[in-house]
Design a protein around this ligand. Structure first.
Ligand code: GLN
Length: 511
């Protein structure tokens, strides 16, 4: 029988429901795995063990009383920019040192209402700005498949702890790819919902017109389950959409016969690593074998996506981050003689280099004289990008693309060149600009044994469709059964079926 920490949400829930174990046992096993593995992976910024066990005991007590929640007793790791009442919420930034959330984000409150437990703050790029998690002010998270490589970002802590079985599931946020990229690099599932599908209330804003909260899970069914609980209108977020939430899990099992899947030709270009391209091509053939028909389509505005994204994201960030000035939240430098000195010195001391770069860029593109040339023009291009997607979704049901041009790269490889780093988002940022949905599902490995993610993109509110395609693909391949050695299994264990897996006593030492 697999160990508790290796389970998916639905498998853990089934085991708890059968009464073959308790949430306390689950959380104790998880904490044991975190203690051993996270010394190497460094996926968590904080884990409050006593609080985790207290939450587990409370869930067990509720279960005894006959309470039924869809997630009763299931622990979930949370990216450090989502507010969980009573927990710290630093956005991996020194400027929020000492801040504790006085309230739950709506997504958290909805998961809590179904019985979920919140165990651990997952590391991230400071304020979600980055693609590797190297911009965290506190620690560098490593990729469980190779500790010398990045886990992707900005939700890299969430991706790494799910992949290393240090979490059952996690939440990330995606502004330009930050759920999908770490899911691809770490070999788990990551879903970016349609803008407005999940409330942003209680999510510390980076770029408000792009941000969405998304699940990072061990399989598609779990992503459907978590989305189901989090989705829906919220009066606390005026951009959340009052559209009914379909039953995502119930619709997973429909097959792909008659479905049209588009390949945008601008996403199949020379710059894609040949090994990534090979995995994606195999995945496309596989979907064809499952009954889908494949059509080539075009998204002509794609070459402008990165520039457009970085103008809009920085502009919005420069406004959103103005609130961190030493007055209301977190850090305040001492010995400043006047308020202006206090604001500027607090911000100089509290923000890291990348955040400062974005604030400066954002302020510049919004400044009078440059506003029309950069910000307004970027908004016009954004409309073209959105129109491109609207057109192609008249020709097909979903798109298949790579998540990123490469698999995980080495730590430090791109930190010296921000523009190179920004190119990691080339296949993901357009989806946020268009406000549509997409997911990453594992679709193979490079010869260096690093996971590759297939991106499935859907129209606005097309989550049912992309989850269905992802599920059909996942259930007829076995990539999700492979586990990193760093997750505590010997190489022979890697391809075992979940039911055959034994619990290994220790993690292996790392090369
Ligand atoms: N890598 C992108 C950036 O740095 C995306 C970040 C995100 O989605 N939060 O802005």
């Amino acid at each position: 029988m697999p160990a508790w920490n290796e389970l998916t949400v639905h498998a853990a829930k089934a085991r708890l429901d059968q009464g073959t174990g308790t949430s306390r046992e689950l959380v104790e096993t998880l904490l044991g795995a975190i203690r051993v593995r996270d010394t190497q992976i460094q996926g968590y910024l904080e884990v409050d063990e006593a609080d985790a066990l207290r939450q587990a005991d409370a869930a067990d007590a509720l279960r005894k009383k006959g309470c039924k929640g869809k997630l009763l007793g299931i622990p979930i790791a949370v990216k450090d920019l989502l507010n969980v009442q009573g927990q710290s919420c630093r956005c991996a930034s020194r400027i929020l040192e000492g801040y504790h959330s006085p309230y739950d984000a709506t997504a958290i409150a909805r998961l809590r209402a179904e019985g979920a437990l919140f165990v651990g703050r997952a590391n991230m790029d400071e304020f979600a700005m980055g693609s590797t998690t190297e911009n965290s002010a506190f620690k560098i998270t490593r990729n469980p498949w190779n500790l010398a490589c990045v886990p992707g970002g900005s939700s890299g802590g969430s991706g790494a702890v799910v992949a290393a079985d240090e979490a059952i599931a996690a939440l990330g946020t995606d502004t330009g790819g930050s759920v999908r990229l770490p899911a691809s690099f770490c070999g788990c599932v990551g879903l970016k919902p349609t803008y407005g599908r999940v409330s942003r209330y209680g999510l510390t804003a980076f770029a408000s017109s792009l941000d969405q909260i998304g699940p990072m899970t061990k399989d598609i069914r779990d992503a459907a389950l978590l989305l189901q609980v989090m989705a829906g209108h919220d009066t606390m977020d005026s951009t959340s959409i009052p559209a009914p939430v379909p039953d995502y899990e119930a619709n997973l099992r429909k097959d792909l016969a008659g479905m049209k899947l588009g390949l945008p030709k601008e996403y199949f270009i020379d710059g894609v690593d040949p090994e990534v391209a090979r995995c994606i091509q195999q995945a496309i053939r596989h979907c064809e074998g499952l009954g889908a028909s494949i059509v080539e389509v075009s998204l002509p505005a794609t070459p402008y996506a990165i520039a457009t994204y970085y103008i809009i994201a920085c502009a919005e960030a420069s406004a959103n981050l103005a609130r961190f000035d030493g007055v209301r939240y977190g850090l305040r430098v001492k010995d400043a003689t006047d308020p202006f000195a206090m604001y500027t010195r607090t911000r100089a001391a509290g923000f890291g280099t990348e955040v400062k770069r974005r604030i400066i860029l954002g302020t510049y593109v919004l400044s009078s004289g440059y506003y029309d040339a950069y910000y307004v023009r970027a908004q016009k291009v954004r409309a073209l990008i959105r129109a491109d997607f609207e057109k192609v979704f008249q020709l097909c049901d979903a798109l298949l693309t790579p998540v990123a041009p490469t698999a995980a790269y080495r730590l430090g490889e791109k930190t010296a060149d921000p523009l190179q780093m920004y190119l990691s988002d080339i296949f993901t940022a357009s989806v946020n600009l268009a406000g549509i949905c997409a997911l990453s599902v594992p679709c193979g490995f490079t010869s260096a044994n690093l996971p590759v993610g297939l991106q499935i993109v859907g129209p606005a509110f097309g989550e049912e469709t992309i989850l269905r395609v992802g599920f059909a693909y996942e259930q007829t391949t076995d990539w999700r059964l492979r586990k990193p050695d760093h997750g505590g299994r010997t190489p022979d264990d890697r391809r075992r079926k979940p039911e055959d897996r034994r619990r290994m006593p220790d993690v292996r030492s790392q090369p």
